[in-house]
Design a protein around this ligand. Structure first.
Ligand SMILES: [Fe+2]
Length: 442
């Protein structure tokens, strides 16, 4: 697979079978090279400042408008109804979400989408949704596009071969991809496949500002990869289905040709992928903890300075070297809501129960922290430099919005762990009122 490197750059790509497909010196010639149609895909208002203005020009065999009318379809478990069940402030944890078994039940990426939680409104372009995808079948002659927002896709089990209007991407577990609003894509899978999706409405993901860290670090722009132009001129008379998520509902339209008919494109509004192994970790090297914002890969900003609609944060393998410090995450209560997932391995603050393909939600101001076993062990540990999280990758979708949980998450999935609260029950008081200085382990 070939890619273009960089984040948010102005790029240009032609399928090598049709060199010169990009018009020279203008976007919209009277007749395009190779008799293609020109089509603009706008990802921002026309009048956005230059720094946030996003659009791409696609040169294609037929324009996207060549389709029959959209009709509502009842498929999958997508919802943006945040009032299905009563609010629940408890710490929530889910066992690994079960993937349907093929061939008994064939499920593709779209029919396998399940909304877990979310907040806000697609109509006012403010909010987010967290989905789980569980599938075992390729989409075939079906593609999907989202009118509501951007998908940040985190595959956990099974790789995804993603056909997009901009070209093809192979995304494996421990990589992520972002498919922005309006972009058509179709996913091929090779086994029982599972993953997580962070959807944000009305904004796009950005690299976080680095402040005093300087010009380099965290996710470096050159490690983001954009597909190169690839097209198929494939007739599927009446047999290709375009699925659209619009205001939280799914609609389908038929067309006669493959939508992956873009011979060349240019612009700065594209899908992209990123390998989490490339994240340059910054951490405390003397004592105490930096806040987990130090692990932010991508952020979708709200209009309030420093406050995100959602951040995508990872907890990668690293060294723990802090002296005289309780090294696991501290106990805390947060005005933000924290959904966590696990791609592989074991998460450092929980000895068991939080498994790859499962998840947890600690909502606004709901207390959480290490389980009792982790606390006892870390309080007594000898503080030599040690590897943390080797062979694991936990992540967090953190939002400033207070999220509602869906009926599927709480009931239908049958994956909710009713005993989660018990991991903190063995926590006991170590208070020694007569002695200020407890014996240290070393
Ligand atoms: Fe937390």
């Amino acid at each position: 697979m070939q890619y273009i490197s960089g984040f948010g750059n102005e790029c240009a790509s032609e399928d090598p079978r049709c060199l010169g497909a990009l018009p020279e010196g203008q976007n919209n010639p009277q007749i395009c090279p190779y008799n293609l149609y020109a089509e603009q895909l706008s990802g921002s208002a026309f009048t956005c400042p230059r720094s946030s203005n996003k659009r791409s020009w696609l040169y294609r065999i037929l324009p996207s408008v060549s389709h029959k009318p959209f009709e509502s379809i009842n498929e999958g478990h997508i919802t943006h109804n945040w009032d299905e069940v009563d609010p629940d402030p408890n710490q929530l944890r889910w066992k690994p979400f079960e993937i349907p078994k093929a061939p008994q039940k064939k499920v593709d990426f779209v029919s396998g989408l399940h909304t877990l939680c979310g907040a806000g409104d697609t109509r006012s372009n403010n909010g987010l949704a967290i989905h789980i995808f569980l599938c075992n079948t390729s989409m075939g002659n079906r593609c999907f596009y989202n009118s509501d927002g951007d998908f940040l896709i985190v595959p956990q089990k099974g790789k995804l071969l993603i056909y997009t209007e901009f070209g093809k991407m192979l995304v494996q577990p421990n990589e992520i991809c972002v498919i922005q609003r309006g972009m058509r894509f179709s996913i091929e899978v090779f086994e029982e496949t599972r993953g997580y999706i962070l959807e944000v409405f009305g904004v796009h993901f950005e690299l976080p500002d680095l402040g005093p860290i300087g010009a380099n670090g965290l996710a470096n722009p050159r490690d983001f990869l954009i597909p190169v132009a690839w097209f198929e001129d494939r007739q599927v008379p009446g047999g290709y289905t375009v699925i659209n998520k619009y205001q939280g509902k799914l609609f389908a339209a038929k067309q006669d040709t493959s939508p992956f008919n873009v011979v060349a494109w240019h612009g700065n509004y594209t899908p992209y992928k990123y390998n989490l192994e490339n994240f340059m970790v910054i951490n405390a090297v003397a004592f105490d903890h930096a806040d987990p914002s130090i692990f932010t890969v991508l952020t979708a900003k709200s209009l309030r300075p420093g406050v995100a609609i959602a951040d995508f944060v990872i907890f990668p393998p690293r060294w723990g070297v802090a002296d005289k410090t309780f090294r696991p995450p501290y106990y805390h209560r947060n005005c933000m809501s924290e959904f966590m997932g696990l791609i592989k391995g074991h998460y450092e603050a929980k000895q068991g129960g939080f498994q790859p393909g499962g998840g947890s939600l600690h909502s606004a101001m709901t207390p959480h922290g290490p389980d009792a076993e982790c606390f006892e062990k870390a309080s007594k540990a000898k503080l030599a430099p040690e590897r943390i999280a080797d062979g694991t990758m936990a992540f967090m979708f953190e939002s400033s919005l207070s999220m509602a949980v869906t009926k599927w998450a709480l009931k239908t999935s049958s994956c909710l762990d009713e005993n989660y609260y018990k991991c903190w029950e063995p926590l006991k008081s170590h208070f020694t009122p007569s002695s200020r200085n407890p014996a240290r382990p070393n």
